[in-house]
Design a protein around this ligand. Structure first.
Ligand SMILES: O=c1ccn([C@@H]2O[C@H](COP(=O)(O)O)[C@@H](O)[C@H]2O)c(=O)[nH]1
Length: 479
């Protein structure tokens, strides 16, 4: 089970978004732990915390630095702490690891020897630092985006309030790993910061820190940090509760308060959507997140665009950009693969140039050889019409990005057929509709698409990405 599934199962089982920091800090040790052996006192206290909370929280977060500060006995204490955490509850080791040179060995140590489920990382050294951790596919990382100490503002809010570094960290780190493997650590006393991060990264798990300031309002925190499904937010148990004797009772009551506020927020949200008079009630596409991400990285644009045919459309789709966003690219490949898995073929063919990276990714993902029909046939060298090896009589599934008139994909398919290959199925990400699939069928091709343009437009409108004018312009253009 990967980290994300383990976390979801734990949230469900304990009906809780709360997590507990395990901090072996001698200064915070409650006074009744009086043995002369500090490590034994800390162990007993941590054991008490875990025993009292394990039915009411969804994760534990041991603070690595505090264990390290106790020397060798501290590292042994960490192993003993990990051993008493019930195995179904995920452990996020709070290491804030930041050294590029030791990232590979550190990932190996924490994931294969300490066997924790996730680790916190500092973002400054970028994707190179994160990649060795993501090699462990069932594990996850949390990227530190912001902290609440006033001294950090000069960096984290640089260069401006509108475009602060902490938001750049969020935007950039979304390209480093999938939502299942990369979450965000957000320390802040300001719910506006939390809300800005949530709207920038709607798909990420956020581990909130430092949110319990004087006068904290649970409803405000949840409204700022929850995702559209009413989860995706991990909430810390306040540190001062952990030294109190009635710990279980306190956590249960905090959990109940959070769950009530959550129900209020999620309930209200769905009621609103139903009552908005100008919103169509078609159900959102199951790949709604992917549509939003494609829009957010600029693959789907609304405006006035002249197409190759000379026609003007109120949108332009540029799927060539996805190769620069590995986690979106990965999701796109999965969406194509789900369709291709139901089809029979010997080889894949990409239509140059737009769909060649996608076809290459699918060839590797599905372990299926790739060919492609050349756009321009070379006047020198091999003068090949088709690149790659094949045998006449084989069946080819064609992969393309978007169908508008179907002209380019049919030209490509015709080249494949002229060399003795069979082409039956064409798989694209987006179908512009307006009869293009029927036209292809008339020519003997069965076209399959992940999305139709109307599904995309509905989703973007319902999620507030495009306005009514853009929405209506799309429908007017489709007659
Ligand atoms: O918004 C658009 C429109 C077109 N393209 C490119 O055109 C072909 C599909 O057009 P046909 O009329 O079906 O031949 C597509 O492969 C793209 O390369 C686009 O990218 N975005």
């Amino acid at each position: 089970m990967n980290f994300f599934d383990k976390l979801q199962a734990s949230i469900l089982q304990n009906q809780s978004l709360l997590f507990v920091s395990l901090d072996p800090n001698p200064e915070l040790l409650p006074a009744h732990y009086t043995s002369e052996d500090i490590i034994a006192n800390l162990h007993n206290w941590l054991e008490f915390i875990i025993r009292e909370t394990s039915d009411y929280v969804c994760a534990y977060k041991p603070t690595f630095g505090l264990y390290q500060a106790l020397g060798i006995p501290g590292l042994e204490l960490l192993e003993n702490t990990l051993a008493i955490i019930p195995s179904h509850i995920p452990v996020i080791l709070d290491a804030k690891h930041s050294d590029l040179n030791s990232s590979t060995v550190f990932a190996h140590r924490v994931f294969t020897q300490l066997n924790v489920d996730a680790v916190t990382l500092s973002p400054y050294t970028g994707q190179d630092h994160v990649a060795p951790f993501l090699v462990y596919l069932d594990k996850a990382v949390f990227i530190l985006c912001s902290t609440s100490n006033p001294g950090a503002e000069a960096l984290q809010k640089y260069p401006s309030e509108e475009s602060p570094l902490y938001l750049q960290v969020v935007k950039e780190s979304r390209n480093w790993g999938t939502p299942e493997q990369l979450g965000l650590e957000v320390g802040t006393t300001n719910t506006e910061v939390l809300a800005r991060i949530r709207s920038t990264a709607p798909e990420r798990v956020i581990m909130a820190r430092s949110i319990w300031s004087q006068g904290s309002n649970i409803k405000e925190i949840l409204a700022a940090g929850l995702n559209k499904n009413g989860d995706g937010l991990l909430i810390p148990v306040p540190q001062d509760i952990l030294s109190q004797p009635q710990l279980a009772a306190q956590i249960q009551s905090l959990r109940a308060e959070i769950n009530q506020a959550k129900t209020d927020i999620v309930g209200n949200a769905s009621t609103c959507a139903l009552w908005l008079p100008d919103v169509s009630v078609v159900s959102l596409h199951p790949q709604q997140d992917l549509i939003l991400q494609l829009y957010d990285v600029g693959c789907i644009m609304f405006g006035s665009f002249v197409q190759a045919s000379g026609a003007t459309f109120p949108y332009y789709i540029d799927l060539r950009k996805i190769i620069s966003n590995p986690q979106i690219f990965n999701q796109v490949l999965t969406a194509y693969a789900e369709i291709l898995n139901h089809l029979q073929f010997d080889r894949l063919a990409g239509i140059p140039y737009g769909s060649l990276p996608t076809a290459t990714g699918l060839s590797l993902r599905l372990h299926c050889p790739l060919i492609f029909p050349r756009k321009e046939v070379k006047a020198h060298g091999t003068r090949r019409l088709i690149e790659g090896n094949f045998h006449p009589g084989e069946t080819v599934a064609v992969v393309d990005d978007i169908l508008i008139t179907g002209k380019s994909v049919m030209e490509g398919a015709q080249k494949l057929k002229s060399e003795g290959l069979n082409v039956q199925d064409i798989v694209v990400l987006i179908d512009h509709e307006q009869g293009v699939k029927a036209r292809l069928l008339d020519h003997g091709y069965q076209a399959h698409s992940v999305f139709t343009l109307s599904e995309i437009t509905e989703t973007l409108y319902q999620c507030g990405r495009i306005n009514q004018e853009q929405f209506l312009a799309f429908y007017e253009s489709t007659g």
